[in-house]
Design a protein around this ligand. Structure first.
Ligand code: KIV
Ligand code: ZN
Length: 555
C-alpha cells in the first residue's frame, strides 16, 4: 500500500524464520552483502544533543565524549556548528585534529561564511565531512526564509558545490523534510546529489512524522529520484511525539542506510532518536531487519553514563537499554522463569550493552594499576598526570567510604574536566540548622588576589544561608534556577552530587555548577561557588556567543 520495499512480519514467518528467536548478525553476516546492509551511525550528541537545555559541555568534556564515541564505533561524529561561536569552532577543530577512526563532521547553513568556517574547523580530520542544511517545507520557505522553491534549489546547489570544493564527503539536509511537499523534496534531493552530495539526510525536524508515513517518504525518494543510488539516505528524527526511534527504524526498512541519533536521545526539545535504542533494535531484531552496524554495543552503557555524568542530565530509570531498571526483574514469576531459562524474559543480555555485572570496583587497598584498568574499561583516556590526581582523590574518598563504585569514579574524573579556573576558592564552611534555630552559614573564601575573606548570613535553611554568604563575599548576584541533589551510589555513606544552575539577568544566560561530597552541605557550597567561578570566568574572557539560528529552533 505504501510502496515499501521491505519485509513485514508475516512475510518473515512465510519465509520460515521464527519471530521468537533472533538470529545474531554475526552468525549470518557471511550470507549478506555487508555494505549494502550496513547502517551508518551518525552521532550528533555534540551538536543537536548539545543544543538542548542543560546539555552544554566545555571543550575538555566534548573531547572526552568524542573519544568515547570513536571507541563506541560510530561512523560519523557531528562535532558541532563551528560558526555558532568561537567555543564551538575550537571544540570542533580539537576533535577533528585528535579523534581518529570516525569521520568528523561540522554543520553549516547554506552560505559561504558558514561553509568556510566549518571547513576551517574540520580540515585536519582523518575523514572530514561538511553537513549543509537549508529548510525546504512551505512553512519554512514562506515564513522563515521568504524564498521561492527555485531560490531554495539554487542556494542548495551552490552550497553543496562550495562544500564539495573543500571536501569530498558532503551531506545535505533539507530541513523540515518530513513536512515538505514530496515532489519538491525529490527535486531538491536530486539537485543536491547532482551537485555532489554523498549523503542526503531527511530530517523530521519537528518530530511530526509517523513511522509508516516517514518510511513512505524514504521509499518515494528511492523510487523517484533518478540519481539516488549515488548517495546514502539518512534519517534524522526528533522525538516530539515519542516516535523518533520508530521513525528511524521505519526509515531503515525503507532503504535509509544512515541514522542520525544521540546518546541517551538528548537533543532539541524532546530530543533525537536514541542511539542505543536504534542500535540494539537492529541488533536484537536482526532476524527482522537484516541490517548491521559497526557499533561495539558493550560500550553503550559506559558511554551513556559518561554523557549523563558530564551534563548532569539523569537517565530515566526505565529508559530502554541504558536505564537502571532496563535489566532489573522484580516480579517473582519473571525471576523464576529467568532462573530456569534466561530467554524466557530477557531479549538482550546486560553484558551485550556493557551493563557491569557489579559496579563495585575498588577499595582503599586498591592500587594505581587496578584504577587505570577500571577507568579505561569505563571509556576514559587519562594521561599519567590525570591518573595520579585521580588516584589521590580516590584514596581520599576510599578513606571516607568503604566501597568505591564506578559512579564515584565518574564524579571524581568529571571534576577535573571542568575548564573553569577556581578564581574563588572555598577555604572553610560552618553552618547551623535545625528545629527552632535560625539557619546560619559562615564561609571563608580565598579571593582571586589570594586574600581570604570571611562573612556570614542567615537564610531559609543552611543551603540558602550558604548561597547568601557566598554572594556577600563574591559580589556575584544571580538567581538560583535549578538545584538538584542526587545520591551518586546506594548506601548511607554515598556521595551526594549537587547540580545547580544560576541565571544572570544581564547576561541572558545560565551557568552550571556541580560538586560531590559525602557531605551534601559542603557539595552545595562547592557547586554554588563553581557556578560563580563560571560567571566570573565568562566575564573575564568576554565571551560573546554569536546569535545564529539553531536548526529546528526557528532558524
Ligand atoms: O532537526 C534538524 O532539521 C537538524 C538539521 C540541521 C539536520 O538538526
Ligand atoms: Zn535536529
Amino acid at each position: 500500500m505504501y510502496g515499501l520495499p521491505s519485509l513485514i512480519p508475516h512475510e518473515i514467518e512465510e519465509k520460515g524464520q521464527s519471530m521468537r528467536t533472533s538470529t545474531s548478525p554475526d552468525s549470518t553476516a557471511a550470507s549478506t552483502p555487508p555494505e549494502a546492509n550496513r547502517v551508518r551511525i551518525f552521532d550528533t550528541t555534540l551538536r543537536d544533543g548539545e543544543q538542548s537545555p542543560g546539555a552544554s559541555m566545555n571543550m575538555a568534556e566534548k573531547l572526552e565524549l568524542a573519544r568515547a564515541l570513536a571507541a563506541l564505533g560510530v561512523d560519523v561524529i557531528e562535532a558541532g556548528f563551528p560558526i555558532a561561536s568561537q567555543g564551538d569552532f575550537e571544540a570542533v577543530r580539537a576533535i577533528a585534529a585528535e579523534v581518529a577512526g570516525s569521520s568528523v563532521c561540522g554543520l553549516a547553513r547554506c552560505n559561504d561564511r558558514d561553509i568556510d568556517r566549518a571547513w576551517e574547523a574540520i580540515q585536519f580530520a582523518q575523514h572530514p565531512r561538511i553537513h549543509v542544511f537549508l529548510a525546504t517545507s512551505a512553512i519554512h520557505r514562506e515564513h522563515k526564509l521568504r524564498m521561492t522553491k527555485a531560490q531554495i534549489i539554487e542556494r542548495a546547489v551552490a552550497s553543496v558545490r562550495r562544500a564539495k570544493s573543500c571536501c569530498p564527503d558532503v551531506e545535505f539536509s533539507p530541513e523540515d523534510a518530513a513536512r515538505t511537499e514530496l515532489e519538491f523534496l525529490c527535486e531538491v534531493v536530486q539537485a543536491a546529489i547532482e551537485a555532489g552530495a554523498t549523503t542526503v539526510n531527511i530530517p523530521d525536524t519537528v518530530g511530526y512524522a509517523t513511522p509508516i508515513q516517514y518510511a513512505s517518504v524514504i521509499a518515494a525518494l528511492k523510487q523517484r529520484v533518478p540519481n539516488i543510488e549515488r548517495a546514502i539516505i539518512s534519517t534524522h528524527c526528533h522525538d516530539d511525539l515519542g516516535l523518533a526511534v520508530a521513525n528511524s527504524l521505519a526509515g531503515c526498512e525503507a532503504g535509509a542506510r544512515q541514522v542520525e541519533c544521540t546518546i541517551n536521545g538528548i537533543g532539541e526539545r524532546a530530543g533525537n532518536a536514541s542511539l542505543e535504542e536504534v542500535v540494539m533494535a537492529l541488533k536484537t531484531r536482526f532476524d527482522y531487519y537484516g541490517l548491521t552496524t559497526k557499533i561495539r554495543t558493550e560500550r553503550l552503557y559506559p558511554t551513556s553514563r559518561m554523557l549523563s555524568a558530564i551534563t548532569g542530565l539523569a537517565v530515566q530509570r526505565n529508559k530502554a537499554i541504558v536505564g537502571r531498571n532496563a535489566f532489573a526483574h522484580e516480579a517473582g514469576i519473571h525471576q523464576d522463569g529467568l532462573l530456569k531459562e534466561r530467554s524466557t524474559y530477557e531479549i538482550m543480555r546486560p553484558e551485550d550493552v556493557g551493563v557491569p555485572r557489579t559496579d563495585l570496583v575498588l577499595g582503599k587497598h586498591s592500587g594505581r594499576h587496578a584504577l587505570r584498568e577500571r577507568v579505561t574499561e569505563m571509556g576514559y583516556t587519562l594521561s599519567d598526570e590525570q591518573l595520579e590526581t585521580l588516584f589521590h582523590d580516590f584514596k581520599a574518598l576510599a578513606d571516607k567510604k568503604k566501597e568505591v563504585y564506578d559512579e564515584d569514579l565518574v564524579v571524581l574524573i568529571e571534576k577535573h574536566l571542568d575548564d573553569v579556573p577556581p578564581l574563588w576558592q572555598l577555604v572553610s564552611l560552618h553552618t547551623t540548622a535545625g528545629m527552632s534555630v535560625l539557619p546560619t552559614a559562615t564561609v571563608a573564601i580565598r579571593r582571586p588576589d589570594g586574600e581570604i575573606v570571611q562573612d556570614a548570613a542567615i537564610g531559609d535553611g543552611p543551603v540558602d544561608a550558604i548561597f547568601k554568604a557566598v554572594e556577600r563575599v563574591t559580589g556575584v548576584r544571580a538567581n538560583l534556577h535549578q538545584f538538584v541533589v542526587r545520591s551518586v551510589t546506594q548506601g548511607k555513606d554515598a556521595q551526594g552530587e549537587v547540580t545547580l544552575e544560576l541565571e544572570v539577568e544581564s547576561d541572558d544566560r545560565s551557568y552550571r555548577g556541580r560538586a560531590a561530597s559525602t557531605d551534601i552541605i559542603e557539595a552545595s557550597a562547592q557547586a554554588y561557588l563553581n557556578a560563580v567561578n563560571a560567571i566570573a570566568t565568562h566575564r573575564e574572557r568576554g565571551h560573546v556567543r554569536e546569535v545564529v539560528g539553531r536548526p529546528g529552533a526557528g532558524a
